[in-house]
Design a protein around this ligand. Structure first.
Ligand SMILES: [Ca+2]
Length: 124
């Protein structure tokens, strides 16, 4: 096992997918090995905003072989399938132990960015 400390702070200027000009953003954490994705966590939904503030501090245990960690953002929709808002991908192979990588990441398309922080740890 490898251990990660992950902070998902907030999103800014995400896409508005609902009438009224907002979304109901949440994110999934996904690990990727050899092109295969595994969902390992799902955040709470923050209703009616394009600037969600999660301030989540997560401790994750991942497989040594996992190559990427993805934060994938969605707009929650009642009754219909949720809309994709963008994503951020971390290369786990290039993450140095006990080094913290702080970033404001562009999440693609017209969504703007997510503030996050990831640290590789020796213990849970
Ligand atoms: Ca929605």
């Amino acid at each position: 096992m490898r251990f990660l400390k992950l902070g998902v702070i907030q999103g800014r200027g995400l896409m508005a997918k609902d009438r009224g000009g907002t979304s109901d953003p949440y994110y999934k954490l996904i690990t990727v090995y050899d092109g295969v994705e595994t969902e390992i966590n799902k955040s709470r939904t923050i209703p009616k905003t394009v600037n969600p503030s999660w301030k989540d501090e997560l401790r994750l245990s991942i497989e040594p072989k996992d190559e990427f960690l993805i934060i994938r953002l969605f707009d929650y929709d009642f009754g219909t399938s949720d809309d994709f808002l963008g994503q951020v991908s971390f290369d786990l192979m290039n993450l140095r132990r006990e080094a913290t990588r702080k970033s404001r990441s562009d999440v693609g398309s017209t969504s703007k960015e997510v503030f996050d922080e990831v640290t590789a740890c020796d213990s849970p």
